[in-house]
Ligand binder design. Structure first.
Ligand SMILES: *Cc1c(COP(=O)(O)O)cnc(C)c1O
Length: 564
């Protein structure tokens, strides 16, 4: 199996997390889903790629929510042998002066058309290793700083050696976020000069050659979000893989900053939306930061009822989602509404099964699901309960929410509790449900089954956001703060609606704007002008889904980063 997948020169895509399918918990959120959609589009477009990630045997975590609304975290163990086959190679890296063996698994991502893509899941849980080292690839985003550095050594350096041992010929290395930047260190070692050729003061590595081989996509618009490690820790754990002066030259004088290392090792660097690229240019002056706005995988995120509609009226949409611009004229309003009602009924059933809340399919549902953390402001909707109740008495609506908080994000966990308090206080006026254990499957039901997709991040902290793009494939309009992709996607009243303007965020002003839009624009349109409502649904399909998809994204990476 692997032999067939190796014969072609490939692009190696490195990511700490990847959402391969719902039963495989090797992802925590947007970054992993994007990595999965990247590989799914690569399969459909038959781009020769190979993904490298960690096996994360204990997953991120399984979320339970207790009666008080508190998040409980359980390990989410999975058995790689059930889904993947063992790799035939074993390689080693040195960590804390010990040899750590790395094996792994081949997962073959089967596209829904003809393509398939190899995914390497690196695994240190081998008999040869000490019990401590066997755990390095267990917990996604678990452990402390030194645990994270060990994982990044396995991913970056181990991943490179594994590709080489298996015989892959790689022409481009793509780092999805800075976690894998140590791959550049391994490349430098391969392109080291012999010392007699060096002039005094010259770095002993062919840095330009390494830069030609690497591309880097940054996802984090705040400095504090980037991994950095003190050099004494680096020396202790990583040792002297390359000389310290060169490492500091590339990764920063004070700390090993993974983002700096990635930036300095990559000829092509991009942010994940236009605004995010601008913010990144300000954060990293002197670097040329391109922008490739994210997208989502068409087939994966479209409900069955809409797949049938698109197949019937827009053949080829799955390969060329830009054809969806035709949806406006060639699909009737009745057919769009019918397809939506099917997806909505499925969500109503799921909500009832998962948390016993009965929703009414005649009444609009607002959806909000994402990582529960302060900057996403999941509580903005509840900032004035009196006003919210008054709006609901006039024109009723319902709310479905979901999301995990990182186990160490106390603020995020507090938000989940607060939201559950609102659900109880609110029950008689606005029926609300919080679906536990947000994952790909719940995301799919929600983005396709709600009537409006809500997003209220603090600007400019949402680098792109992708759940709203999934909604668009299902004719679900966004009501969102103008940040990330929505700055590019929003045409007011045509594809959805903006909350606030694009200036600095202000909680009070944003909350007021959200209530005003709900009360005066969104709910009246839903109840009093169904044709007008369906026109916005079609606007989301024609003008958002046709563009914000991962096929367009991958065609751009292919022509601008991989070949260009
Ligand atoms: C799409 C998705 C995300 C990312 O959503 P954002 O809008 O970017 O926050 C996170 N988690 C899951 C499970 C998803 O499917």
């Amino acid at each position: 199996m692997l032999d067939e997948l190796i014969h072609e020169t490939r692009i190696a895509y490195f990511s700490m997390e990847i959402a391969l399918q719902n039963q495989i918990p090797t992802y925590s959120g947007g970054l992993g889903v994007l990595a999965g959609d990247t590989m799914r589009s690569a399969a459909d477009l038959e781009l020769p790629m190979v993904a490298v990630t960690l096996v994360s045997r204990a997953g991120y975590f399984r979320q339970e929510i207790d009666a008080q609304g508190r998040q409980l975290e359980h390990p989410h163990d999975w058995d790689p042998a059930r889904w993947a086959s063992p790799l035939e190679a074993k390689i080693a890296v040195v960590i804390e002066g010990r040899i750590v063996w790395i094996g792994g698994w081949l997962y073959v991502l089967q596209g829904h058309m003809n393509g398939r893509q190899p995914v390497m899941l690196l695994d240190t849980d081998l008999d040869e290793n000490s019990s401590e080292d066997r755990e390095i690839t267990h917990y996604l985003y678990g452990g402390d700083e030194s645990y994270r550095l060990k994982q990044e050594i396995v991913l970056g350096i181990g991943g490179m050696r594994m590709l080489q041992a298996l015989g892959f010929e790689i022409r481009q290395y793509h780092m999805n976020e800075g976690h894998s930047a140590l791959l550049a260190v391994e490349l430098l070692r391969r392109y080291a000069y012999v010392s007699e050729d060096l002039r005094p003061g010259e770095v002993p590595y062919d840095i330009p050659r390494v830069r030609e081989l690497c591309s880097f996509t940054t996802h984090t618009p705040v400095e504090a979000g980037h991994d950095r490690f003190p050099y004494d820790m680096v020396q202790r754990i990583l040792g002297d893989v390359i000389d310290l002066a060169t490492l500091k030259h590339l990764a920063g004088e004070d700390n090993l900053n993974m983002t700096r290392l990635a930036l300095n090792s990559s000829e092509y660097v991009n942010g994940v939306a236009k605004r995010h690229a601008e913010v990144s240019r300000t954060m990293f002056p002197g670097y040329r930061v391109h922008s490739v706005t994210n997208g989502v995988h068409p087939f994966t995120w479209t409900a069955e009822s809409f797949i049938e509609l698109y197949d019937a009226h827009i053949p080829g949409w799955c390969h060329e989602p830009e054809l969806l611009i035709r949806a406006e004229c060639c699909i009737t309003d009745e057919a769009i509404w019918q397809a939506h009602c099917e997806a909505k009924a499925a969500l109503v059933n799921k909500v009832s099964a998962l948390c016993g809340v009965t929703l009414n399919a005649e009444i609009p549902i607002l959806g909000f699901a994402r990582r529960m953390t302060a900057y996403k402001r999941p509580d903005l909707l509840f900032s004035d309960m009196q006003r919210l109740k008054a709006i609901a008495r006039q024109r009723p609506f319902q709310i479905v929410m979901a999301g995990k908080a990182h186990p160490r994000d106390e603020g995020g966990k507090g938000l989940i509790e607060t939201i559950h308090r609102h659900i109880r206080d609110f029950a008689d006026i606005v029926p609300m449900a919080y679906l536990p254990n947000y994952d790909m499957d719940i995301a799919f039901s929600m983005v396709s089954g709600v009537d409006v997709w809500l997003n209220t991040p603090l600007r400019p902290l949402e680098a792109s956001g992708t759940s709203g793009m999934k909604a668009a494939f299902n004719g679900v309009p966004n009501l969102s703060v103008l940040d990330g992709w929505w700055i590019e996607g929003c045409i007011e009243g045509i594809t959805g609606w903006a909350i606030g303007d694009s200036a600095e965020s202000d909680n009070n002003a944003d909350a007021r704007s959200l209530y005003d839009k709900l009360e005066h624009t969104v709910l009246p349109l839903f109840y009093e002008d169904r044709a007008g409502w369906i026109a916005v649904m079609k606007g989301a399909i024609c003008k958002n889904a046709s563009f914000f998809n991962s096929h367009r994204m991958m065609r751009r990476y292919a022509t601008e980063a991989y070949i260009g």
